[in-house]
Design a protein around this ligand. Structure first.
Ligand code: GDD
Ligand code: MN
Length: 409
């Protein structure tokens, strides 16, 4: 086992995909503990001192502490850096240009030398001594040790009813969307755990928001899991960074994991058919239906402007096309659009999309008239059928021509 070469220099943050590299045999440690921080200047020295005392007693020189600070305006990273000479096992990364709890943790793991990779909050809400219990189970061969609020000896100190309700509600929602991941642990929201490197090595993680444990269980290759109870303490210093956005991120994360793991993803891969993209395209199309229907009503309904059906439909369709382009470019094909961000390129995509959709609109009008005049004299049902036809056409042709997905991961 090697000592750490700690010379007060900051670690540089890796870039590119969030993949945990292979374990290096030459320069390794037993345990790397990442402490993600944002605006934790009052807590940082405390937590480093406590963790160092704890780990120096059980595994001296076999561990490292890695603080990953997202360039906190309060200078957390600077304070952390000044502690390095006193704490030789401490490393500090000041991350600029990228933000977020989950990705901070992975960036830390990417430079870590440990065979066991851990994470703990930097605000002392996670009781440090639980680390020893977790390390113990890891040494007995568990792949993943999770500190849980919902085990014997676990709990939350003084949460009110609303907060408990929201927390449990989020867990229940997760269980419905992703049972094979959330069903494996009693506290899937825990941000306090450790995992064997071999279970996540070479895995590209792709988390949104706070819940990195979901990502580890969902994409990693995790066998036995052991949970250890802990009480989530109240914050004494600084402020929580949790706000409503974390709830949105959480749902986004669940859906993304659902689509990229499990049966649906395997089916999608084997068929060579981008199901996730198609669902997004379909949802965008659905928003277009409302726009289309609304405008059609305003223009052509006998009780409103009572314009001719075909003329109304062309205007309604064009407005819906514009709506759909904006959403598809910002969401459905965001990964492709990100690589071509100049407004000229966007304009080019819009023109292509528009032309393809205009062809779709011709099809749309044709089908509408056909259905309305010969099959079913109800303009709305006829319109729905026409839109369905046009959507299928639009998806196929735009997939092949507008947002070409040649170099997407
Ligand atoms: N680098 C970095 N970047 N760190 C961050 C960021 C960020 O964008 N946002 C938050 N952190 C750090 C905080 O400084 C703190 O050390 C830790 O992540 C947790 O953030 P809090 O804002 O204190 O979250 P919490 O107390 O509501 O929730 C925590 O505990 C839960 C229960 O275990 C989180 O860790 C949850 O993931 C966890 O489930
Ligand atoms: Mn906290």
């Amino acid at each position: 086992m090697s000592m750490i070469d700690n010379t007060n220099t900051l670690l540089s943050a890796p870039t590119g995909s969030l993949t945990i590299p292979q374990f290096s045999d030459r320069n390794y440690l037993l345990f790397s503990l990442v402490i993600p921080t944002y605006q934790e200047r009052e807590n940082i020295e405390n937590i480093v001192t406590i963790l160092t005392n704890l780990l120096d007693e059980s595994i001296p020189t076999e561990y490292e502490l890695i603080i990953v600070d997202d360039d906190s305006p309060d200078g957390t990273w600077e304070i952390a850096q000044s502690l390095m000479s006193e704490y030789p096992q401490l490393q500090v990364m000041r991350r600029q240009g990228e933000r977020g709890l989950s990705s901070a943790v992975i960036r830390g793991w990417q430079v870590a030398k440990g065979e066991i990779l851990g994470v703990i909050d930097g605000d002392l809400q996670h009781p440090p001594h639980t680390i020893l219990q977790m390390l113990d189970t890891m040494r007995k061969g568990t792949d993943l040790a999770v500190a849980s609020r919902h085990m014997d000896g676990g709990g939350v100190s003084s949460w009110n009813f609303v907060r408990r309700f929201l927390s449990r509600g989020a867990q229940l929602l997760g269980l419905i969307i992703l049972p094979e991941v959330l069903g494996r642990v009693s506290d899937p929201m825990s941000g306090y755990f450790m995992v064997r490197r071999s279970c996540v090595v070479s895995t590209t993680l792709n988390p949104v928001g706070y819940k990195i444990l979901l990502e580890v269980i969902g994409r990693g290759n995790v066998g036995e899991i052991t949970e250890v109870g802990y009480v989530f303490c109240e914050r004494k210093q600084g402020e929580s960074k949790v706000n409503w956005k974390q709830y949105v991120d959480y749902i986004h994360h669940l859906v993304r994991l659902r689509l990229s793991t499990g049966k649906l993803a395997r089916f999608s891969k084997s068929m060579g058919f981008p199901i996730g993209r198609f669902l997004r395209f379909g949802l965008v199309g659905l928003s277009g239906v409302f726009v289309d229907m609304g405008v059609l009503y305003l223009l052509s309904d006998p009780t409103t402007l009572a314009l001719p059906l075909t003329r109304s439909k062309i205007i309604a369709g064009e407005i819906a096309i514009f709506n759909n382009f904006l959403w598809n470019d910002a969401w459905t094909f965001a990964d492709v659009a990100m690589q071509q961000r100049e407004w000229r390129q966007r304009l080019k995509r819009f023109i292509k999309f528009n032309l393809i959709c205009l062809a779709g609109l011709v099809l749309n009008v044709l089908v509408l008239n056909l259905v309305f005049n010969f099959i079913l004299p109800n303009r709305y049902i006829a319109n729905l059928i026409a839109i369905a036809f046009a959507t299928i056409w639009n998806f196929w042709v735009n997939l092949k021509l507008s947002w070409r997905v040649t170099q997407v991961k």
